[in-house]
Design a protein around this ligand. Structure first.
Ligand code: 5GP
Length: 128
């Protein structure tokens, strides 16, 4: 289901449940600010998700409302996870979907890290 990316935050969303350890994940990294795990339906050889430890629906919510320390720590964590995954040399793409047009499905802010192959153009061309 596609979501709006706008608050209120739904405490029952799947990533909230992963954060509370109610649902397992294939964990890559965790610190005080972020949790990183492998995407359940990978779209590249490397496809990780990094989520902040806080109730933020999307980048819009996180960027506007998260404390500076969390924004800083989360950003550092994303870079660190890419390094752990070994894609810093070859390159990678970050995607943060927000709302309807982006096809955001999970209403907890997350950054996708994609890499491990040539990813091609940034967006698929629009069908005529
Ligand atoms: P979005 O479209 O919201 O940016 O991406 C959500 C991502 O979460 C998708 O790539 C999807 O495969 C992934 N995902 C959804 N449910 C789960 C889950 O339970 N575990 C994991 N590891 N990934 C999930």
């Amino acid at each position: 289901m596609v979501v709006s990316g706008k608050p209120p935050y739904d405490e029952s969303n799947i990533f909230a449940r992963i954060l509370r350890s109610e649902i397992p994940c294939n964990k890559i990294f965790e610190d005080d600010f972020a949790l990183a795990f492998h995407d359940i339906r990978p779209q590249a050889p490397v496809h990780a998700l990094v989520i902040p430890k806080g109730p933020y629906v999307s980048f819009a919510d996180f960027g506007a409302n998260a404390p500076a320390e969390l924004i800083f720590g989360f950003s550092r964590a994303v870079a660190h996870v890419a390094k752990i995954l070994g894609v810093e040399e070859t390159g990678y793409r970050l995607i943060a979907n927000m709302g309807w047009d982006s096809h955001q499905e999970v209403p907890h802010y997350h950054v996708h890290i994609l890499g491990g192959r040539k990813l091609g153009v940034m967006l698929a061309p629009i069908e005529p």
